[in-house]
Design a protein around this ligand. Structure first.
Ligand code: SIN
Ligand code: CO
Length: 376
């Protein structure tokens, strides 16, 4: 269990998405939830995204994507192995996301872990996500610059760097220290000793992400798409001109399906709840029955939400629950849906919600049989 030493209100007011800060001993007595060897083990797996970044004998940046069979590069200084979405694969590491759930689930991206040998780092760069970088094992020197426009270039096909920047934060992180870097602030960090870093990342969609996803949704679902029609064509002098009211009508047709925020809910719920990385889905071999689920709860079982599973609902319509890119109707049991979205683990508190509510029990059993919640 990791407890974050942070005045959350002050952090949200002063720093979140505004400016970088160091949270000295954000976790006191920090102990790493995962070992470097386990990190290497994950990097050997096909479905897990991993990257090795190092400088070659000519001091040129190199980046290789996994899976890896061996790790000779990590015998030398100046190398970093990075694994994406470790929260999907490692239950103990997943615990590191929980202290940051004061930022809502829909904003959380993943937990990336890096292991660096001394002098290892990925070089100066700008991320398009907000990140809390937790120092685990070892020490690392970090520099963060002000938000500014800097030239960016490919130091290697798979490694984007930015030009030199002056530091507004220049710090040596020790185990348990946290560096918060908002989107767009240049930074670079180099290990002083063999070093583990845990990055809890938050990536917000931009206009292009939203519009292209909404367009895909319309193509899939809007069979009888409204077509532009000429409402009152008049004889005109200028055949090369698109008239103002025609432009206005095109604009109206284009936006008719997204004129109100509520119209976005079915699409946005699906889009935002889609898994960002492969899930470690392992549905039970023989499906559980409702009775089995009730018995387990009565015996004190805890049901844990699968790492990386994205679950959410909208304030306007809290009985529509979005799980892993699908919409579920929790109409008769919205309390259950909200509990499943708001908590990483559920136990006896579920009993009062699903007892005497067959629909709720059916839905929860269905979700367990899909492998979305599991008990240990
Ligand atoms: C790392 O952990 O090596 C990279 C983290 C970052 O700079 O975003
Ligand atoms: Co970064």
């Amino acid at each position: 269990m990791y407890e974050l030493n942070l005045d959350i209100n002050d952090f949200l007011d002063t720093y979140w998405q505004k400016k970088p800060t160091v949270i000295k001993q954000g976790f006191s007595d920090f102990s790493d939830p995962i070992l470097p060897d386990e990190i290497a083990g994950l990097a050997m797996e096909e479905e897990i995204e991993s990257r090795l970044v190092y400088r070659d004998q000519k001091d040129q940046w190199q980046a290789e994507c996994g899976p890896f069979e061996s790790f000779e590069k990590l015998d030398a200084d100046g190398a970093t192995l990075l694994i994406q979405a470790v929260d999907n694969w490692h239950e103990d590491a997943q615990q590191l996301i929980r202290p940051f759930r004061f930022i809502p689930n829909w904003r959380i991206d993943d937990l990336m872990i890096s292991y660096s040998t001394p002098k290892g780092g990925v070089g100066p760069h700008i991320d398009n996500y907000d990140v809390f970088i937790i120092q685990g094992l070892g020490k690392r020197h970090w520099r963060v610059g002000a938000k500014q426009s800097l030239k960016e270039f490919a130091a290697h096909g798979a490694l984007k760097h930015c030009e030199h920047f002056d530091a507004i934060i220049d710090v040596e992180l020790e185990p348990g220290d946290i560096l918060y870097i908002p989107v767009g602030f240049p930074h670079e960090g180099y290990a002083i000793e063999p070093s583990m870093n845990y990055s809890v990342g938050f990536r917000a969609p931009d206009q292009n992400d939203l519009l292209s996803s909404f367009a895909d949704h319309l193509i899939d679902t809007n069979e009888n798409a409204e077509r532009y029609t000429d409402r009152s064509m008049q004889l005109r002098e200028k055949s090369g001109q698109i008239e103002t009211q025609e432009l206005e009508e095109l604009h109206r047709v284009m936006l008719a399906n997204c004129a109100t925020p509520e119209q976005l809910i079915p699409w946005l719920g699906k889009m935002l709840s889609e898994a960002k990385h492969d899930l470690d889905l392992a549905p039970p071999e023989s499906p559980h029955s409702n009775e089995h689920v009730i018995d387990a709860l009565n015996e004190g079982a805890q049901f844990i939400r699968l790492g990386g599973l994205r679950t959410m609902y909208f304030e306007q319509n809290p009985s529509l629950i979005f799980i892993n890119g699908e919409q579920y109707d929790f109409h008769e049991c919205s309390e259950l849906g909200q509990l499943l979205c708001d908590q990483d683990e559920v136990a006896s508190e579920l009993l009062s919600v699903i007892n005497d509510n067959p629909l709720a029990l059916d839905l929860f059993t269905l979700l367990i049989n899909k492998g979305y919640w599991y008990t240990i």
